[in-house]
Design a protein around this ligand. Structure first.
Ligand code: G6P
Length: 369
């Protein structure tokens, strides 16, 4: 096992560091860096098929569900097709409104999650076309889906998913651009600009990982906390959910993620003197609103770590500590914002002496209900 860890103390850390490579591999053959075009040779849809979809439903569990939440934002923004996202265990036990005009996207690292598999079969029975985004060739989901996008993360061993998540998110960016080009819902300029920015992401993540130790102090400061709250709006809310899940999975610290605008409707009551709050402030359109929310929690004594893009100096007067991510278009920030959150979860678990790779009560793949 030591040999497999390739010099890293844990599989999770190794997998965090493998993300730039995993992302590059997932781009290969799908993103032409010269021509700046996205193409999925593996997808058999005709332009007419794409044109007929009036709705997309994304179904998944756990971290893959969180990737789906990013997928919703991205696909809606780029294609204007309405997208629902649902956890598979809920979807399968109601009467979902799905038909031949629906594209169902199931997302699963393992390709074996029982609820996701059942949701997929149910969607197919109802006539939907099912696209699977999965990491395992030959898995049940990969075999039974109508279409497959294989994420090229390589084997993921740590229970807490990292590189599978980022390759799923990348797949949604590429898919969004692919559908948008087919439907002509994005300008050539925006299309090319996003592709250029996507190509730069692995290198930006490498740069962030070179300073991975820089966030370690923060884990020491939250390791004895009763609760840690994550706040964000829009795409930042989706990333907040993933950051919070990572932290609770392996540190066992109670954590919740909130759409920052919902604070007043409940969570604010839980903020006490010294409560750690991680505020994600990367979405330009709502950053003013986020700063307002930061003020609200600060006024109740919260200790706030603000995560924002480099050069955003405005946050200094609002937050206690800052963590910067490299600049990229707002729609792409999730792939960068999640990196410090993965590291915070990792170092906190380590500081508490937990079994980072095999957290109590959890399994890598949930093949029974
Ligand atoms: C388990 C794993 C999670 C994963 C979820 C869905 O809970 O611990 O990391 O996100 O299952 O798994 P899947 O293989 O379908 O992505």
């Amino acid at each position: 096992e030591q040999a497999e860890k390739n010099g890293y103390d844990h599989f999770m850390l190794k997998e965090i560091f493998e993300q730039p490579t995993a992302l590059r591999k997932t781009m290969t053959g799908r993103l032409d860096q010269e021509a700046k075009r996205v193409d999925f040779e593996e997808l058999q849809w005709s332009p007419e098929t794409i044109q007929q979809w009036n709705k997309i439903t994304i179904v998944a569990c756990g971290t893959a569900y969180h990737a789906g939440l990013i997928g919703k934002h991205v696909i809606e923004e780029l294609t204007r097709i309405p997208v629902d996202v649902e956890v598979a265990s809920e979807f399968r036990y109601r009467r979902p409104i799905i038909d031949e005009k629906t594209l169902v996207i199931v997302v699963s690292q393992s390709g074996e999650t029982a609820d996701t598999l059942a949701a997929m079969r149910q969607s197919q029975r109802l006539g939907a076309n099912v696209l699977a985004i999965t990491n395992v060739v030959g898995s049940s989901i990969a075999r039974e889906a109508d279409e497959v996008i294989l994420t090229m993360a390589g084997p993921e061993i740590a229970v807490a998913s990292t590189k599978a998540y980022t390759t799923q998110v990348l797949s949604f960016y590429l898919l969004g651009l692919y559908l948008a080009e087919s439907k002509q819902t994005v300008t050539e300029q925006k299309y090319k600009q996003l592709i250029e920015s996507i190509i730069e992401l692995p290198e930006k993540i490498e740069g962030m990982l070179e300073h991975s130790q820089g966030i370690r102090w923060y884990s020491d400061s939250i390791k004895d906390a009763k609760s840690v709250f994550f706040l964000g709006r829009g795409l930042d809310h989706a990333v907040a959910l993933e950051g919070s899940l990572k932290l609770k999975e392996i540190s066992y610290i109670h954590s919740e993620a909130y759409a920052a605008g919902e604070l007043k409707h409940g969570t604010l009551a839980l903020i006490e003197e010294g409560t750690p709050v991680i505020a994600l402030i990367t979405q330009d359109e709502v950053s003013e609103k986020m700063l307002g929310n930061v003020k609200e929690v600060k006024a109740r004594g919260a200790q706030v770590l603000g995560v924002a893009e480099e050069g955003n100096l405005d946050i200094w007067e609002y937050v206690d500590e800052t963590c910067y991510i490299p600049n990229t278009p707002s729609i792409l920030t999730p792939l960068l914002t999640v990196i410090p959150l993965q590291l915070i979860a990792y170092y906190t678990s380590l500081a508490l002496g937990n079994d980072v790779d095999k957290p109590r009560n959890l399994a890598k793949s949930v093949t029974v209900e």
